[in-house]
Design a protein around this ligand. Structure first.
Ligand code: GLC
Length: 455
């Protein structure tokens, strides 16, 4: 993505995010320190810095999550080790069968770019403990097992080649490390384990150039104090001053991470919904509960409407290939994004009630109506509080006629069948920020002509 210049609108929009997050940081952190700064950093300086670091991410809206590990050999979800109670020594044997094709990540990055995704976040270590990168801290890593390659290096290179931003997912919880559970009750074990995890993060953020996102996961079994999360984030920002971090090391970080659900944070707090395309993050051969491309597009619209991002997962097979269904879904989404991506990227949060056959996004005074169940020649919206100046079908540019009353706007003369697949977008120019309030319709709709006599 080519970064635009930093406008006043960006600054106002993003300053709001930083201020709110800084306030919650001081509520949640035991020392009163904000996540990425020492307690003496003035809050507006922190907000401005966060706005600077997060600008690309807010514009991007759509990213690819990649869950890949030894569990991909089993093909029964990334929690197989725990769910099936597989002993560590037995599970470790999977490393002998984890032999991906060279540069498998190139195909992921290509697909991500075609799908309109602007960044990729890959598991560098999931809960199973196997590391994809070159680490001095364990031999349980791809370069020193049968695979013999640094898969994080390949991932980073592949993402950059496609012009995508790079994110590392790193699970703090570890089912393989001997101290991974006993650290909760044994101080010496805690110190060793925290040094191990902090050390890995240091390696990841030192050896692979500029990294854009650090995506912590599960902080079981320690508290924020136990993990020394303040120190962790401080190290992260010293190593990578432009990075953004999530909230799963127990601190608020730069953004919230609703999982498998789309729930907007209150205005001003950045958020990203992460979601699977079926019901599993890691490759699961038998999980056929796939979302349709339409569901994915609708979810993306819902995230953008709430000012959030959508991090959509693929679970490659052990050889690195992408499950066919995932590739098919993402390709369809990509075709839609090619024509309609402008209604997603760098949009503003919209105040809008729900509609039964459409979603909404907006940029400034332009309202985008994403119709997912096409009703035919007329599309009607209740409760739009601003005056419509013009409307067109986004993909073709064709002008659309409209009639507007106090409570309703009707777009007429539309094709009988949906002109675009899976969702058709109307671009509606308004004379002020479009707000859709259906409660207003309920109150204002004239009732004097109602003739039924109930008495
Ligand atoms: C959960 C799961 C994990 C997955 C993650 C993605 O924390 O434990 O398997 O990686 O969600 O958000």
């Amino acid at each position: 993505m080519i970064p635009r210049s930093y406008s006043r609108r960006d600054y106002i929009k993003l300053m709001a995010g930083g201020t709110a997050a800084a306030a919650s940081a001081s509520l949640l952190s035991p020392t009163g320190a904000a996540s990425s700064f020492t307690p003496t950093t003035p809050p507006d300086a922190e907000a401005a810095d966060r706005a600077r670091r997060m600008k690309w991410w807010h514009e991007a809206r759509f990213g690819m999550f990649i869950h890949w590990g030894l569990y991909s050999v089993l093909g029964r979800h990334e929690w197989a080790m725990e769910m099936e109670g597989i002993p560590v020594a037995e599970y470790e044997q999977l490393a002998k069968r984890f032999l991906p094709q060279p540069h498998a990540a190139r195909a992921w990055a290509k697909l991500a770019r075609q799908a309109g995704q602007k960044y990729m976040v890959m598991t560098t270590k999931h809960h199973e403990g196997f590391c994809h990168f070159d680490t001095k801290l364990t031999n349980y890593c791809a370069p020193r097992q049968a695979c013999g390659r640094d898969l994080v290096r390949e991932f980073v290179d592949a993402a950059r080649e496609e012009g995508l931003r790079v994110g590392f997912y790193h699970s703090l919880m570890d089912w393989h490390h001997p101290d991974g559970a006993r650290c909760a009750t044994d101080e010496a074990a805690r110190q060793r384990f925290v040094a191990y995890i902090h050390g890995q993060i240091r390696e990841l953020l030192t050896n692979y150039g500029k990294i854009d996102v650090l995506w912590y996961d599960v902080n079981w079994p320690l508290s924020v104090q136990g993990w020394e999360s303040e120190k962790m984030n401080k190290m992260v920002f010293e190593l990578q001053p432009d990075i953004i971090v999530n909230n799963r090391n127990g601190l608020p970080g730069d953004f919230a991470t609703p999982e498998q659900e789309i729930v907007a944070e209150k205005a001003g707090r950045a958020w990203e919904t992460c979601m699977t395309m079926n019901d599993s993050w890691g490759y699961h051969a038998a999980d056929d509960n796939w979302k349709s491309p339409k569901t994915v597009v609708r979810n993306l619209v819902t995230c953008a409407a709430g000012g959030g991002n959508y991090l959509l997962n693929i679970g490659p097979k052990a050889d690195g290939s992408i499950p066919e269904e995932s590739a098919r879904i993402l390709s369809a989404v990509g075709k839609w994004m090619e024509k309609n991506g402008t209604t997603i990227y760098d949009t503003d949060r919209i105040h809008a009630d729900w509609h039964t056959y459409a979603g909404y996004t907006r940029r400034g005074n332009t309202l985008y109506v994403q119709v997912h169940f096409w009703p035919g020649e007329t599309v009607a919206i209740g409760g739009l509080r601003s005056k419509v100046r013009s409307a067109r079908l986004l993909a073709s540019g064709q002008e659309v006629r409209f009639e507007q009353s106090d409570v309703q706007v009707k777009f007429t003369g539309l094709p009988a069948t949906a002109p675009d697949d899976p969702v058709t977008v109307l671009a509606v120019e308004c004379d002020s920020e479009p707000v859709i309030n259906s409660m207003d319709v309920r109150r204002k709709r004239k009732r004097e002509q109602v003739g039924v006599n109930f008495s």
